[in-house]
Design a protein around this ligand. Sequence first.
Ligand SMILES: Cc1ncc(COP(=O)(O)O)c(C=O)c1O
Length: 434
Amino acid sequence: MESTPSPTVATPETGLTPAEVGRLRADFPLLTQTPGLVYLDSGATSQKPRCVFEAEQHYYERANAAVHRGAHSLAVEATDQYEAARTAVARFIGADDDELVWTSNATEALNLIAYACSNASAGRGGEAAERFRLGPGDEIVVTEQEHHANLIPWQELAFRTGATLTYIPVTTDGALQVDRLEDVVTERTRILAFTHVSNVLGTITDVAAFVARARAVGALTVLDGCQSVPHLPVDVKALDVDFMAFSGHKMLGPTGIGALYGRRELLNAMPPFLTGGSMITTVTMERAEFLPAPNRFEAGTQRIAQTIGLAAAVGYLDEVGMDRVAAWEEHLGARMAAGLAGIDGVRLIGPAGVERIGTATFAVEGVHPHDVGQFLDSRGVAVRVGHHCAQPLHRTLGVTATTRASTYLYNTEDDVDALLSAVADVRGFFGVTP
Ligand SMILES: Cc1ncc(COP(=O)(O)O)c(C=O)c1O
């Protein structure tokens, strides 16, 4: 007789087992110390395992000193830990050490490229920086589903240089119109900036199609990895992008730390954005020579403890295995989507039948998302409501705001069921009748 698989056995579809997730949760003090909390807002920021703040605490207690400066042993130890963190995080995304620049978050990483292009456009960086010089007639292409962090820096760059900003549109149900790449990305396109995973819909972009089109016209590719690096195995070399930005706080790491990946030859040709101490070789009263990447982009005293915390976070994720994290979240996402689709008056937002991470965005007919969020909160379920820093996408979807539930490796099937049961009660609570 065929046996039914035990629910505690991981299958390739689920990646982790519920029992493993239960054990993982014990590593997250906020989850264990907040009875009744169903945290479904990891798309905004993730919870952190104990090893992350222990790593930071250990650094402050044993090795705190300014890096790349002092001649004393403590400074050497701090520098070693700081650079070891870089190696760990670079390896996590398949990059080499000198291709990973620390920033405070993804927003700063994206602005770094935009301002470096501005500086090149003003003539800084000489011939080597020609690749980054923009002017009237040049085009920057984004998509209509971008987070404001990967839209406004490009709008501003266009204003500063006279370049034109265009975009790949989405349909009114939120599908990215990849077939528009051919006509929107042209010989005039210099930069193609796009998100790997939509922070609103959780949908995964066909990176290969974007990279192929950018290569065909000689444009630089900038990938926003904010919602992919925490949830999927990501290898920048396999993706073949020129740049990628991501934030530590969304991937179990501390706030205040993010990173920019860039191909070595591009980073070394790009003029710096922030200038000051620690990023130079020689300075006179008239001018300065800059260090090679990554240091040329790390002016001033850095976020040392946060890099060490982020290294602990990627160590944790590596130990679990990103393929298993992705499979578990996909499993939870499918459970959420199926459950939400079965609730009267609830509309799932986004295209059907496409690959996505464990995120579900929805609208409850007759109830404002902020009321939905407050009601869910009264039931212990933490979700995000609003435009999720993607106003243009919401405009195209025909809504001003939505409710987003986003999972991570520590979420359980019970979390999903708690969300579903609370959502099922929303319309009744607000007296909305079918
Ligand atoms: C897709 C995407 N890009 C960029 C960002 C900006 O990240 P941060 O605020 O950490 O800079 C976010 C944050 O929500 C995001 O989801």
